[in-house]
Write a protein that binds this ligand. Sequence first.
Ligand SMILES: *Cc1c(COP(=O)(O)O)cnc(C)c1O
Length: 360
Amino acid sequence: MSDGTRLVTDLDKIRSNAAKIVAKCRDKGIEVLGVTKGFNAMPEIVSALLEGGIQGLADSRMENIIDLRNQGFTESMTLLRIPQLSDVENVVKYSDVSVNSEIAVIQALAEAARSLHKVHKIILMVDVGDLREGIMSENVMEMMRRIAGLEGIRFIGLGTNMGCFGGILPSPENLGLLARIAEVVEDRLDIPIEVLSGGGTSTLLLVEEDKIPRRINQVRIGEGILLGTDTTNNRKIPWLDHDAFLLEAEVIEVKAKPSVPIGEIGRDAFGNTPQFIDEGIRNRAILALGKQDVVIEGIIPVDETISILGASSDHLIVDITNSSRKIEVGDVVGFQVTYPGLLSASQSRYIKKIFKGRTL
Ligand SMILES: *Cc1c(COP(=O)(O)O)cnc(C)c1O
């Protein structure tokens, strides 16, 4: 019998993935920041990251960082999305480090820090090709000169992001470029670079293959710890667990129905014109899960004999004709999640969050 639609997290697997990644990176002198945005910074999971040996946390949303502070987490927190000008006071108050690319924001951070009698650390993001955030490499020296004398902030290093907008893979070349820029800054401006932050999960492959440039000493890992996958490199990381999360959805209707709707086809609930292939009468189940809970493309039935036919806001329709077990109303159908699936399911207040495994 079902306990309703819920997201079940195995904390032991999260802890173990974190520990394995921390160990592998430590061997190369690389610190791992645990990225919490993929699971809405749920504190139970954050604790599992820390128990796995993660020392610093990172999130793209100030709301999550503020929640974690209010829940009593005292670890260093890095804001991963370049700050909003409207939010610099919170950034200084609640996070220790932020990544930056705009002088106006850096100046505002410095001013906010001075008025709060704090010093805020910044990492300058350099765009080495993915074309999301960051200054282009030829503009780094000028930016460094502009921030050099600012009081209230402390420049701690350079970072880059890859595999997001442009799908660019980290490589010895593009991370090497970051390392060379760091050396130029140190040599010409005599400014020490403490941190060279070399990307997220997709950078792990270079760590494994021992191809990561020596000077890179930080990575920011979300997906790898949570799901054991590396979407950018299109791989399951073989030495990690891949099933720390299970999305369970309760069956609310089971019926045999035709595979093609009956009547004149207009638009579906989202304005698209649906198309159907006639496969005769099929056994279908409706699950209590919909587009307002989860990105449907981001969930995969655990039972490979079940397939997703479609979804509306509140209903997920699956074909169970070939199912290996008899599915009845009140049963549960389980799904693996990809990163977008996890991101969305974590946010849904309609999905109960359950934690299993040892709590330390
Ligand atoms: C989300 C994010 C990460 C984490 O990426 P994963 O692929 O989940 O490891 C790292 N850096 C930045 C800037 C991010 O926004």
